[in-house]
Design a protein around this ligand. Structure first.
Ligand code: NAD
Length: 476
């Protein structure tokens, strides 16, 4: 049994003032595997005070000092890859392949922040003014359970690169991953207070960070509902906010596409991270005149997708993270049937041979319309919805008829036509015949998928305020 009792404030592991213990589960077995002691508002205040005290010195560090600190972080996080992998498998249940990339990503993303810092221009001459980008202050970083270690490292590395100090509120459901990351970051030997990590509930520790006047900026990844709430909470102190929120991403299959060839991309995009991915391609837009052909191939493809023990090499889909999430997904599968969509594969209940664990059958609905709940709401599970369309204009209109706009994929044979469609989709990212990822490009959402961007120079800029100096010597 894991027992995690400490939080991290001012360079030390400390016992929180908060008294509540929170159960950690293995979602593949439903067993309780440990407990984490949660911090409270007072713990959050202490962490914020430490970050505030550390800010002036850290903000004055030179680029080289920050690069050296980030390189130490990178080395120690990379060294914990195997421990992280085990934590991800046990407490989250990501299938082995996915879990491996989730275990390497935290170090990779620190390396990407180093690259961004090396290339970043903090000063610019604009006419007679010198514009200096200065760190905004203490950053409050709040992460979700579906990639906790990765988001801690991404947000923290970017905040530190910009010269901010930080208070992190990780997902309370990911305490094993958090523990591995904190021990690695501690070994990196950064100045005390530069980063602080408080396990706790969102409505207690997260809320305190969101309202506290000494926190200048919030970077949040999570649901759109909490994102909206954070804007309201931060309004009193005019906090800067970066929000990475939910999605209901369309996969637009054009009528010139080779369905057999694109089907693996459709399945991978839809069932990404067991369907628990903000960017999952869960609305599949298919030309009506070729619907039957697409359905037949999709049925064949989904019969090869296995839900089960995440440690098995042939598992594609692991369990849902919690009973609550499992029940929520079941509710959507019921609602799809009640609304009149046709079940092409899967359905309610657990997959055959899996009596325990929060597993869901890979499920595909077809003949759906874009007004159904299963087409509008983020399910966050392995449930895909095929929606027929008439022509390209209709496909674009359905793709854009959504509150979300995080990611989209366009699949087709003519690259000009794919490009023309991609340009008309309201989305922070559009993938054309690929699932490739470019970490130097901005990541974030249109509409209710978010506010602002992470990654590269865009991510750095979100932690900086431009200061205009007039009357000083021009920049050489
Ligand atoms: P969530 O919104 O329930 O929680 C996210 C974090 O916010 C957790 O740490 C939680 O404790 C905290 N929180 C909850 N209430 C709070 C409050 N009142 N004040 C401050 N913090 C609070 O989301 P989740 O269920 O952990 O994660 C899944 C969601 O995250 C999905 O909607 C998914 O699409 C989204 N997500 C988005 C991205 C992206 O990059 N756009 C990436 C991953 C996940």
């Amino acid at each position: 049994m894991h027992r995690i009792e400490h939080i991290y404030i001012n360079g030390e592991f400390v016992v929180p003032h908060g008294q509540e213990w929170f159960d950690l589960h293995n979602p593949s077995t439903e067993a309780v595997i440990g407990q984490v002691r949660l911090g409270d508002a007072l713990d959050a205040q202490r962490a914020i005070a430490a970050a505030k005290a550390a800010f002036p010195a850290w903000a004055r560090t030179r680029r080289e000092e920050r690069i050296s600190a980030l390189q130490r972080m990178h080395r120690s996080v990379a060294a914990k890859q195997e421990e992280l992998l085990e934590a991800i498998l046990v407490e989250y249940g990501a299938p082995a392949n996915r879990a491996r990339s989730m275990a390497t990503y935290p170090a990779d993303v620190i390396a990407q922040a180093i690259d961004a810092l090396e290339a970043f221009d903090f000063e610019e001459q604009v006419g007679m003014a010198r514009v200096i980008l200065t760190p905004v202050g203490v950053a409050g970083l709040i992460t979700p359970w579906n990639s906790n270690a990765g988001f801690i490292c991404n947000k923290l590395a970017t905040a530190l690169a910009a010269g901010c100090t930080a208070v992190i509120k990780p997902s309370e459901m990911s305490a094993l991953q958090t523990q591995v990351v904190v021990s690695a970051l501690h070994e990196a030997g950064l100045p005390p207070g530069v980063f602080n990590i408080v396990n706790g509930r969102g409505d207690v520790v997260g809320e305190e960070i969101a309202r506290h006047p000494d926190v200048a900026k919030i970077s949040f990844t999570g649901s759109s509902a909490i994102g909206r709430h954070l804007i309201k909470t931060g309004a009193d102190t005019l906090k800067r906010v970066t929000l990475e929120l939910g999605g209901k991403s369309p996969t637009v299959v054009l009528d010139d596409a080779d369905f057999q060839a694109v089907m693996p991309l459709v399945m991978q995009a839809g069932f990404l991270n067991s369907g628990q991915a903000c960017i999952a391609g869960t609305r599949i837009l298919v030309p009506r005149r070729r619907l039957a052909e697409f359905e037949r191939l999709a049925q064949e493809a989904v019969s090869q997708i296995h839900s089960g023990n995440p440690r098995n090499a042939n598992t594609d889909i692991g369990p849902m993270v919690s009973l609550k999430q499992w029940e929520r997904v079941q509710g959507y599968i019921r609602s799809g049937q009640e609304e009149g969509a046709r079940l092409l594969a899967g359905g309610e209940g657990r997959p055959q041979g899996l009596p325990a664990g929060w597993f869901v059958k890979p499920t595909i609905f077809t003949d759906a319309n874009n007004q159904m709940c299963i087409a509008r709401e983020e399910i966050f599970g392995p449930v895909l919805t095929i929606i027929p369309y008439e022509d390209d204009a209709d496909a674009i209109s359905i793709a854009n008829d959504s509150n979300y706009g995080l990611s989209a994929m366009v699949l087709g044979t003519s690259s000009e036509r794919c490009m023309a469609v991609a340009l008309q989709i309201d989305s922070g990212r559009v993938l054309i015949n690929t699932l490739a990822y470019e970490p130097r490009a901005p990541f974030g959402g249109f509409k209710q998928s978010g506010l602002g961007r992470e990654m590269g120079k865009w991510g750095m800029s979100a932690y900086l305020e431009p200061k205009t100096l007039v009357g000083c010597a021009p920049l050489k």
